[in-house]
Write a protein that binds this ligand. Structure first.
Ligand code: HEC
Ligand code: HEC
Ligand code: HEC
Length: 409
């Protein structure tokens, strides 16, 4: 009796499986799941999900040099989301930066990168977004002041700053390299932060990934340049950094810690490897290193004393750091960058590394704004930039003062 019951249940399950396999939903589950992964690769949540809020309901405020913009509600809500957006319209958002009804979107939605995404991948992302719980949440995305709030001017911006078109594989490179390029230039939109900007806020693509400033952070050069970039990192170092937020050189902070937390820690191993392959292969010939300031310079003398007192316990007296806990400061690309914004910022405001599955509670860097003057911060950062093989321009107290003011706003 019991056996017969089990057989009956088994048969019913089989029937259910068979039905599912034949119905179109089976296909669309794969499509949706693929779309979910691609949305993670593209880190859509960064701008479309408020911390602790409903997924993709929008409202994340982005600070740009021109004013504020907010990420749209991209749940399938009919009134306030993209429930009425067709696949063709979604394709236009991603590929052309054109909103539903033909208006121009602001480049804060990184369509200048997403234009590289294939039609098939966009269809999967669209299927995923349309499968989400609709959230009724009206978001006014355009919070810019006049005249920047006028969307018409964006056609000029696009003409100057936007190259529309899908990624075209380079036949002279490996499949891995091309996959890496597709991710970095497209969904990964790494250039949004790592490429310097022109005066209109467009990417200066002659200097692709050579370091950019955003919201008082400096996103360093991530080309294979050996001194300012990550040329001395192996593929495994790059993979470890993107997967766990830390490697033997550095620990990710700020916007990069968020990128790792929401996006790259979830990437497939093959995609991490592809991105590492690509990043190891791009770059410019290393510019000759400047000479470091002499250790007898009064700024270095004072900076050395502050370093010994306040910093060396964690970063070690030789700047070697402790792998995966305290970043190495000796020969670190960020320390040698022309732009010291992140260094000053981290010393003033401290920083908490992101939590990843691999390292659930990250170590943190204390804030020194309350007990180091602008002059002290300038001196200790100048010391770090000119010790243990580092060489970079001195930092002025006025640069520290400006950032201190910006951070306290
Ligand atoms: C760096 C921030 C940022 C990221 C990352 C981002 N978006 Fe956006 N997105 C925005 C902003 C800001 C707007 C509103 C732009 C405007 O109003 O001009 C927007 C608008 C949109 C719209 C148009 C909504 C509408 O109602 O017209 C869609 C669709 C969209 N994003 C999808 C995505 C998808 C899919 C991803 C990930 C692949 C993504 N976005 C990643 C910032 C971002
Ligand atoms: C939202 C802005 C943003 C985006 C998008 C972004 N990064 Fe970053 N990235 C940063 C910042 C800021 C830093 C510096 C972090 C620090 O000082 O710890 C950084 C640091 C890095 C570093 C370490 C460099 C070093 O010298 O220590 C690597 C590698 C890196 N990013 C790779 C990437 C890749 C690959 C992508 C695209 C998949 C990407 N980033 C996307 C902002 C960003
Ligand atoms: C209690 C330990 C501790 C002390 C003391 C400390 N730091 Fe840090 N520091 C850290 C940690 C941890 C990080 C990584 C933070 C993160 O990932 O967000 C860090 C990050 C940094 C970075 C960014 C490095 C990079 O590549 O991302 C710089 C620069 C830095 N510290 C300089 C200093 C200076 C200068 C002092 C002294 C004024 C100092 N630190 C004191 C723990 C410390």
């Amino acid at each position: 009796m019991r056996n017969r019951f089990l057989i009956a249940v088994g048969a019913l399950t089989l029937v259910a499986y068979a039905a599912a396999a034949q119905s179109p939903r089976e296909d669309s589950f794969e499509q949706i799941d693929n779309g979910r992964y691609l949305a993670t690769l593209g880190d859509c949540t960064a701008c479309h999900t408020l911390p602790g809020g409903k997924p993709f309901a929008g409202g994340v405020v982005l600070k740009t040099p021109f004013g504020d913009l907010a990420g749209a509600n991209i749940t399938p809500d009919l009134e306030t989301g993209i429930g009425r957006m067709t696949l063709e319209e979604f394709q236009k958002v991603m590929s052309e930066g054109e909103g539903r009804g033909g208006y121009h979107l602001y480049g804060a939605m990184p369509f200048t990168a997403y234009t590289k995404v294939s039609k098939e991948d966009n269809a999967a992302i669209y299927a995923y977004l349309q499968s989400l719980e609709p959230v009724n949440n009206k978001v006014e995305t355009n919070l810019l002041p006049f005249p920047f709030s006028v969307r018409k001017s964006l056609s000029v911006w696009n003409a100057l700053n936007f190259d529309q078109g899908e990624y075209k594989p380079d036949a002279s490179k490996s499949a891995d390299w091309n996959r890496g390029a597709y991710i970095v230039q497209g969904l990964g939109h790494c250039g949004t932060c790592h490429t310097p900007k022109n005066i209109l806020g467009g990417d200066d693509n002659d200097k692709f990934l050579q370091g950019g400033v955003l919201d008082n952070w400096f996103a360093p050069d991530i080309t294979a340049d050996p001194r300012k970039g990550i040329g001395s990192w192996s593929e495994d170092d790059i993979i470890a950094y993107l997967k766990t937020g830390a490697n033997r050189f550095d620990v990710a902070s700020g916007p990069m810690a968020e990128q790792v937390e929401h996006s790259s820690q979830h990437w497939a191993d093959a995609d991490l490897k592809a991105v590492a392959t690509y990043l190891k292969d791009i770059g410019k010939p290393d510019a000759p290193a400047p000479d470091p300031l002499p250790a007898t310079d009064s700024r270095l003398v004072s900076g050395a004393a502050i370093y010994a007192d306040r910093c060396s316990a964690c970063h070690t007296p030789t700047g070697a750091g402790i792998p995966k806990l305290f970043p190495q400061l000796a020969k670190a690309p960020l320390v040698n960058s022309d732009d010291p914004t992140t260094l000053i910022r981290v010393v003033l405001a401290g920083s908490q590394s992101g939590a990843t599955h691999a390292a659930p509670t990250g170590p943190s860097m204390p804030s020194f704004a309350w007990n180091l003057s602008d002059q002290d911060v300038a001196n200790v950062v100048t010391f770090v930039r000119n010790s243990w093989g580092n060489a970079a321009t001195a930092v002025e107290p006025s640069q520290v003062g400006k950032l201190r003011e910006a951070l306290s706003e």
